[in-house]
Design a protein. Structure first.
Length: 176
């Protein structure tokens, strides 16, 4: 009789353990799904949405922070021909040299290369339903425009940039 009670007790303990093991593995599974490792890029210049809104005009905010696009031929820099440096309107980082600006006929400022290898960062966007290479300021993440492979030599690239994302500094005033 004692043995029978012992066996029942053992079975009860074992089934409890099994259940608790199942619960643990289920909760682990849920936790893994709920917290995917998505690392947001970190920029040297970071501001809250409220700070950006306070600093930028509505159009600048829409383009720089929400990856919008100004209407072609409406910006102040697409036909701008002065000698100097184009900087990020969000954080003033120098991004393009007027020597690499060319007439693309698109109504947006166009350059065949950035000022250096580090100032412009790239990403892929699918806003129009197909992949395009989005370009943004590497210091504040401000959206600039896109880069296409139909530009002039020596690079064959066309950086198609929103006027509203840029400021212009004459060469004599630009920091070396
Ligand atoms: Zn910037």
């Amino acid at each position: 009789m004692k043995n029978i009670i012992f066996v029942f007790a053992l079975m009860a303990i074992m089934s409890c353990q099994q259940k608790s093991n199942q619960l643990i593995s289920q909760s682990e599974k849920v936790e893994t799904v709920a917290t995917p490792e998505q690392k947001a890029p970190s920029y040297a210049v970071t501001k809250s949405e409220a700070e950006w809104k306070a600093e930028l005009t509505d159009l600048e905010y829409k383009v720089l922070r929400k990856a919008g696009t100004e209407r072609s031929f409406t910006g102040d820099l697409w036909d701008h021909k002065a000698d100097g440096i184009y900087t990020c309107r969000g954080c003033r980082l120098p991004l393009f040299d007027s020597k690499t600006k060319f007439k693309s006929g698109t109504g947006w400022p166009s350059y065949y290369q950035p000022l250096n290898d580090t100032c412009i960062a790239e990403d892929t966007d699918y806003h129009l339903g197909y992949a395009r290479t989005e370009v943004h300021c590497s210091r504040c993440g401000g959206h600039m425009g896109h880069v296409f492979k139909d530009g002039p030599q020596p690079t064959g690239l066309r950086y198609c940039i929103n006027s509203v994302s840029l400021d212009f500094v004459e060469r004599k005033d630009a920091k070396p």
